[in-house]
Design a protein around this ligand. Sequence first.
Ligand code: SF4
Length: 340
Amino acid sequence: MDKLNSIPHSRAQMNGKQVVVVPAKTVINFKSGFDKKGLCDGPTFSTGSACAYTCSFCYVPAVMRRNPHGLDRSLKHEDIVVRRENSVEVLRRQLTRANGSPRVTGSEEAGRVVFSSPLVDVAANMDLVRETIEACRVIMELTPWTIRLLSKSNLLPKVAEGLADPAIKHRVIYGVSTGTLDDRLAQAFEGGTPRVSKRIQSIRWLQDNGFRTYGMICPSLPLGSQEEYRVFARECAEKLRAERMEHVWAEVINVRGESFERTEAALRTAGFDREADRLRSVSLGTPDSKRAWEDYARWTFEAHAEVYANSPGKLRFLQYVTNPTRAWWAARGAQGAILL
Ligand code: SF4
């Protein structure tokens, strides 16, 4: 395999944010819990802990509030990029026994899926593209796993080009995530991400060039009527060419606390008052608002389920349930509902 340039860890800035490099003992999490979402069979890997993008709804700042890297508390998570020092070497170490042999072997490991990343975008710039390629190559060298990559970048084809050798090409599944097809709306509540239309072009390029793909239609916002959800689901399937995808995940927006305030404010700042009002109306916590939230989730699910009705197993709709709502969702597992 080609020798890639080593990854520069000393850049002061990445996507306009300050880069902080932290020592790290791990890059792979062998028991992540992401198997509950159907995204992997347990393991995930992450070469960083704070993303180069700044989506208003991102859950990672809340996860990182306990400050596992002991960072200066004056640094706000969303304002910095956190990279794990020598991440590819750490990954190799985690996958290798003391005698140098691979740690992850055996027929039960073959075909297991590892997901990246639960914490950052894997292709937000070319440095991260190169790092992701190196990490994937180490995983493919030392394990029989399949790798699932998720990104909001249009640079995913660059990762694919680095992993296009026919001997390994089939071991990676690529997905781009978006909760809207509207470039302006996406720019309002994501942050620093490439346009959705560019992402769609990139997933189509991957499909046209024989790479495995999946969809991630999330986080999608509340709409005005049940029919609007149907139109949205159909348009997403068409634009993403879902018929060529192995699976399609979908999820409504789950914003809480600061991420709710950030998202509502971001929508209003960009002039999307109607969208901000709808989001507020389903998030107030009152009995009416809770019912509206449940309608929003159910209508989103039903719209996607209708699109994939003839493709059993393709839709994986992620839904946080409560005691009163659990039974409704549990009855729809065959249509793709995954209860969280
Ligand atoms: S791309 Fe993902 S990880 Fe990065 S800020 Fe957006 S939601 Fe968070």
